[in-house]
Each structure stands twice: as C-alpha cells, then as structure tokens.
Design a protein around this ligand. Structure first.
Ligand SMILES: Cc1ncc(COP(=O)(O)O)c(C=O)c1O
Length: 454
C-alpha cells in the first residue's frame, strides 16, 4: 500500500477545481468520441495509485485500460525508457535493424504455446495488431471470410471494426465495413445465447457454427480465420467453459480455418499465465497482443507460426511499429512478469475472486462474479432470478467508487471490471474491495439515475 493513502471522504469532493477547469477546456477542443466515465484528470502515477491535478489520490483498478501491468511508472521501466531515449529515439524497423526489436521478437516467440517456430510483426496498438492478423490470415489461407463473435471488441480501424460486435455506436454511420465477417454467439454460460445449460449442452454453441452457420450462410472452405478473445473483454469479461476452445479449434481444423486469439486485453500475464488461451490448453495459429505488453508504451504484436508468416517485403509494415522505446519497455515488462508478477496476478486474483464470491451472497445486486487472475468482472442485476440487467445501478456504482477514490470502469452493459496493475498487494486489494462494497451498498439503498456509460 502506498504510504498515507486516504480515502476521499465526504460528499462530492471530486472533481476538484483544477480538474473542473481542465474538463471545461477539453470539452471545447477534444473529439467528442471519447468515452470518459468520470472527470478524473490525472497528473501522476505510482504503482497502483494515481494522483489527479487537485492532488486527490485514487487506487487504480483500470491500469490505463489494461496497459500499466507493472504499475504506474515502475522504476525499472522508467529507467530503460530514459536510457533508450538518451541513446536512440527512433529509426524505423521497417527499413533498418535495431537490437531491441530482434531481442523482443525472440522473447515473445519463445513465450508462445506449442512447438512450432514463430515469427513476429510489430505495430503500435491492438487494432493494428488485429489488422495485421486479418491480412495475414487472408494472405496465408487465400480465403476471404471471417468468423467473429457477438460482443467482441477487436478495435476501431476499418478491418478490426468489422470484427468488432460490441456496441452499435462503434459501427453506426461507418458502413460499408470490410465484407465477409459473420458474427456468432459467444459462449456466455451465465446468459446462454441458445438457452442451454453447461455441461449438459456439450458446448452446443460450437455445433451452432457448424450445423447452422456453415450450412446456411457461410461456406466453411471460404473462411480464412475465426477471431476470438479467450476471455471476452469489452463485451463483459465473459469466461468460456474450460473445454470450449478445444472444441472450437477442432472445428477450425476440420475445415482448415485459422484460429486467431486476440490477447490484447487478456494477455501479457494478466490472468496469471502469459496468454489467457493457455488456461484452455489450445494452441492458436495467430496471437495478437498490445495494451499491457509494454507497460503503457504503445506497441502491437502479431505472432504466428513461421510457416504462415511467409509474406514478402512490402506486404505489410509500419513506420513506428515496434518503436525502440516500446521494445525496451516491453523486454523489461516480460522480465518483470516472469520474475513474479504473473504469479502475483494469479494469487491476488484468486484472493479478490474469493472475496467477491462472499460479497455476492450478501448483496442483492451482484448476479455473477467471474474472471481469471486479475481480469475480473462483477455483473450487476436487478433480480438474481430474472437476471434483469442493472445498467443504471452499475453506472451508479462506478460513479460512487470514483467519489471514494477507487478507479473502476465498466464492460458490457452492466458489469464492473477489476483490472488492476499486476503489482497489486492483498492490502491494496482489501482497500479497493472495501471501497467497492461501500459504493455497492450505497447504490443498493438508493439506486442512482445516471446516464449509461458508453
Ligand atoms: C480485446 C481487444 N482487442 C483490441 C483492442 C483495441 O486495442 P487498441 O485500443 O490498442 O487499438 C482492445 C481495446 O480495448 C481490446 O480489448
């Protein structure tokens, strides 16, 4: 725990006067498309804490939307960034060589599951990593179509947006998107899309793809790849049943379809293993990474079997992709993950999940608690029987947490996500859980009328 962290006490202290001023200036000049949940104007960060421009402190359970896995301004990360900035800021990896990019590719390739040799393509973000995966899948398979999932989020550039099926506002007015993407139901056992029960369903949602989608709409021999998040992130932190991906991979293999796992949010050690798909014992053909992979520096990575990444010079590239500063930050991040942060994610994650499970029995609003490691979702419902979504209440809880000094954001329509930096201690977790429970209790007593956070 940071020395002297004090809960923001009292009513409506935040935002403070400076934050209010900055928010006003922002309103005049910044694109209205951003989705700020509350007026937090950050000034500095240390470990799992963020300080705003009025010097209010917050416990950060968002990690810069999953990016700051080693915590804010980890001294080892700051040092390699500063050292690299003094030596060489940039020389494009598209045209020249530099050692950190090669070292990082070797390191990432060695972390991939399976025995096949791997190759690595570098970009700057999650959406770009997925664009590269789409192009590679088409290039390698000589096929055109894709399967993606309802509720999926893969990014907002045209290709990735075509795979995204999360919120209509993300797609509205942007058609025509890249043709050839068909969305199928994600395995959500809390709200089964085909109204069955696990395990007696025998994972019928995979059979649905084979027996319905491939029979009626999409010829499987035209499908280049299935894009899937091992844990659906923006869609609500949904964890598929443990044998789901084995069955999905078998289906893909039957028809020569590539399996692409988007680990942009679930990867980089967050679930206690480097990739979330490792919990399901499946080896994907292509993996995409971004967010936490470079501790908050921009970096996108697309990794595939070397036998697939056979495209020639000029087929795909990026001026800034695999930037030298991002590469050294990423190498250090991987070192810290292996030296204990992944184990910590598993241990503290289990602890938080256990505490939330106990809370679930005491609180009428908690319908479901799920997650692996430090990727945790708490789905709020108005009624545990009908599972009616508690959308306003979820938004109210997020606002109440902010007022008390806990940064959380939502996912899906009615889920609160816990996605703290992997350096978190049980002590910090206890503070966060207490602030969360207080906020929940407050909303349970007096449901707030708040706009939906988009
Ligand atoms: C699973 C997943 N894929 C892709 C993206 C897009 O990443 P970026 O915002 O870096 O483009 C996100 C972002 O939230 C994500 O969660």
């Amino acid at each position: 725990m940071k020395k002297g962290f004090k809960k923001i006490d009292g009513i409506k202290k935040v935002p403070g006067p400076r934050a209010k001023e900055w928010v006003k200036r922002d309103e005049h000049v910044i694109s209205k498309s951003y989705t700020r949940s509350y007026p937090l104007v950050a000034e500095s960060g240390e470990g799992v804490y963020v300080t705003d421009v009025d010097q209010f402190e917050y416990l950060d359970f968002t990690s810069g939307l999953g990016t700051c896995v080693t915590g804010h301004c980890h001294p080892d990360i700051v040092k390699v960034i500063a050292d690299q900035a003094k030596k060489l800021i940039h020389v494009s990896g598209t045209d020249f060589y530099y050692t950190s990019q090669i070292q990082l590719a070797e390191e990432v390739a060695s972390l991939m599951p399976g025995k096949e040799p791997q190759r690595v393509f570098f970009s700057n973000s999650g959406t770009e990593a997925n664009e590269a995966a789409m192009k590679l899948a088409r290039f390698g398979s000589k096929r055109q179509q894709f399967i993606a999932f309802q509720g999926a989020f893969h990014g907002r550039t045209m290709g990735s947006l075509s795979l995204t099926g999360s919120k209509i506002v993300q797609r509205q007015s942007f058609s025509p998107l890249v043709p050839g993407v068909t969305h199928v139901p994600y395995p959500n056992c809390y709200r089964c899309p085909i109204n069955l029960k696990y395990p007696s369903c025998e994972i019928a949602c995979v059979d649905f793809i084979k027996d319905e989608v491939f029979r009626t709409t999409v010829p499987p021999e035209e499908v280049a790849a299935i894009f899937v998040e091992p844990i659906q992130g923006e869609g609500g932190y949904i964890v598929p049943p443990v044998d789901y991906f084995k069955k999905l991979k078998k289906l893909a293999d039957t028809f020569g379809i590539l399996l692409v796992t988007d680990e942009v949010q679930s990867g980089s050690g967050r679930t206690g293993k480097f990739l979330a798909i490792e919990h399901f014992n499946v080896v994907p053909d292509i993996v995409t990474l971004a967010k936490g992979i470079a501790s908050g520096m921009p970096l996108g990575i697309t990794v595939s079997k070397a036998s697939l990444m056979t495209w020639g010079p000029g087929a795909h590239a990026s001026t800034f992709g695999g930037h030298p500063i991002s590469c050294v930050a990423s190498l250090k991040t991987l070192e810290l993950l292996k030296k204990g942060l992944m184990d910590n994610a598993a241990a503290v994650g289990n602890y938080i999940l256990g505490r939330l499970d106990q809370m679930k029995d005491k609180h009428r609003l908690i319908g479901d608690v799920r997650g692996i490691g430090l990727m945790i979702g708490i789905e709020l419902v108005k009624d545990k029987e009908t599972k009616e979504k508690a959308i306003e209440e979820r938004n109210g809880v997020i606002q109440a947490c902010f007022q008390k000094g806990l940064m959380v954001v939502g996912c899906g329509q009615n889920t609160v996500r816990f996605i703290p930096p992997l350096v978190i201690t049980k002590e910090d977790a206890d503070i966060a859980l207490a602030l969360f429970e207080e906020s929940l209790t407050e909303i349970e007593k007096k449901p707030a009328k708040l706009k939906e956070v988009v």
